[in-house]
Design a protein around this ligand. Structure first.
Ligand SMILES: *Cc1c(COP(=O)(O)O)cnc(C)c1O
Length: 478
């Protein structure tokens, strides 16, 4: 039978709920999130060994069937929230903790409901002005003056990618000269940088890992010697990748010295401040992060240092021209949207359509102002120093005084091989689950690390970690 195409369907209404249906859905979600936040302190920070698949997991699959919001939320709690790492918990001290402030979630809600097109000025001048204001605030915070530009990304990895692509483009690096260009970095460089090198083709450069000093900072003398050597043998020093808060130990490279060297040799200086950048909001951070403004490009992660939910990074480039040139495009169907006096986010990144990310950052900053963020960040610095001191008192070896809020440590007992011993401690903490820490390798040894950055981490959580570490040490040290 032939279908009558002129007959319009009339029964399509389910995706536009009635006010009563909206209220009912909304209340159930709100009740669920209230319960989540109310009980956060009793929830585990980590569910040990929850990777196995259960029968219930077939509920993940999509088919014709309709399900009630109640059933969906029960499943979500059981098979999503009660597995793995609880990144909303104040007990999360692993990797670099995320946050998840409530007002930011509400910003996301509004962004999704109103669904403004934040990629292009013509489509939403307001959304773009909001993003510009956030880039401006962040740029001023790190000390940039005029002429800089940036972009709100999904996170630090995308921000690194955009920055390194911009560096490559501005220095005219192509397939034919790439192998003569040199990139300098250290063992502390984040793996997202290597990914970016791979994607941009810059991994074909000469890659020089510069030694670090006892505080895991790039050795200026070794860098200088290497650059001179490279020039002598006909190579072209191209890019220095510095850390302003490394992931492993939170170390800040000697930014001013690195900038002097970069300037003298016309090298692009990129600073990865994904973790550390927002400590600029504190007095101590201002001092430790001196020289950030000297970078040609820099990245920060509001989903770390500003306690936002995952999905927000920032790339800044000192001269917006380089960022725009590296991403310029032409398309006939975009002609209405071109505006010579105003860059759009889509002119400055690989993304065209994108989540209206500005609102999740702008709403909390407008509601509370920026001072409250410095107070929280100050608390994290103090907690890290407290942990550093207490760890030595209870007999753990701390690798170095923390620059910011990451403390790397291990236990050394004569009766045990070091890596075996520290793995026992790590498993013990994970099995307890109230506090989550992670591990790394430093000086070729398994090393434990606590990164203090969640807005929900306070002295109580640090004391609990110390209590657990003391208890397992007493147990092992017999
Ligand atoms: C977290 C982090 C990154 C990567 O950022 P994502 O937001 O996870 O993509 C890069 N560099 C450093 C120093 C980081 O801490």
């Amino acid at each position: 039978m032939k279908e009558d195409k002129s007959k319009m369907p009339t029964n399509i209404f389910e995706l536009e709920e009635s006010a009563i249906e909206r209220k009912s859905l909304y209340e159930k979600i709100i009740n669920f999130s209230e319960e989540f936040i109310h009980t956060i302190e009793e929830q585990k920070a980590f569910h040990f060994d929850t990777n196995e698949i259960t029968e219930y997991d077939s509920f993940f699959d999509i088919d014709k069937k309709k399900n009630s919001i109640e059933d969906i939320l029960v499943f979500f709690k059981e098979r999503v929230l009660n597995t793995g790492l609880n990144a909303a918990s104040g007990g999360h001290l692993g990797y670099i903790p995320g946050g998840g402030i409530y007002s930011s979630a509400l910003g996301d809600y509004l962004a999704a409901i109103t669904n403004r097109y934040a990629g292009v000025f013509y489509a939403s001048p307001g959304a773009v002005r909001m993003e510009d204001a956030l880039i401006n605030w962040t740029g001023k915070l790190i000390g940039y003056d005029k002429g800089f530009g940036g972009n709100l990304t999904s996170g630090g990895s995308m921000a690194n990618l955009i920055a390194l692509h911009t560096a490559k483009h501005s220095k005219g690096i192509t397939i034919s000269n790439v192998s003569k260009n040199v990139i300098y970095f250290t063992s502390q460089t984040h793996h997202s940088v290597y990914k970016a090198l791979k994607i941009t083709g810059l991994e074909k450069c000469v890659l020089r890992e510069i030694p670090v000093d006892s505080h895991f900072k790039m050795s200026v003398i070794d860098l200088e010697t290497q650059i001179k050597h490279d020039k002598h043998i006909g190579l072209v020093p191209f890019l220095i990748i510095a850390n302003a808060g490394s992931t492993d130990v939170g170390s800040v490279d000697p930014l001013i010295n690195l900038s002097d060297i970069a300037k003298a040799h016309h090298i692009w200086l990129h600073i990865d401040a994904a973790y550390g950048g927002f400590f600029k909001l504190t007095a101590l951070g201002k001092d430790k992060l001196k020289g950030m403004e000297l970078a040609d490009s820099i990245i920060l992660d509001p989903h770390k240092g500003l306690f936002m939910p995952y999905g927000l990074g920032i790339v800044l480039v000192k001269n917006i021209k380089y960022l725009a040139e590296a991403h310029s495009y032409n398309a006939n169907y975009m002609r209405d949207a071109k505006n010579d006096n105003q860059y759009s986010p889509a002119d400055l990144s690989p993304e065209l359509s994108k989540h209206f990310r500005g609102l999740r950052m702008w709403l909390p900053l407008k509601l509370y102002g920026d001072t409250v963020f410095s107070e929280y960040l100050n608390e994290k610095l103090q907690l890290a120093y407290y942990l550093y001191q207490e760890l030595s008192i209870i007999g753990y070896k701390v690798l170095c005084e923390p620059d910011l809020s990451v403390v790397a440590f291990r236990l050394e007992l004569k009766a045990y091989e070091s890596d075996v011993l520290n793995k026992i401690i790590l498993d013990y903490i994970h099995q307890d689950g109230r506090i989550f820490i992670s591990s790394t390798i430093l000086d070729n040894k398994l090393t434990l690390r606590a990164a203090i950055l969640s807005f929900r981490t306070h002295k109580q959580e640090i004391d609990l970690l110390l209590y657990l570490l003391k208890k397992i040490k007493t147990h092992l040290d017999v």
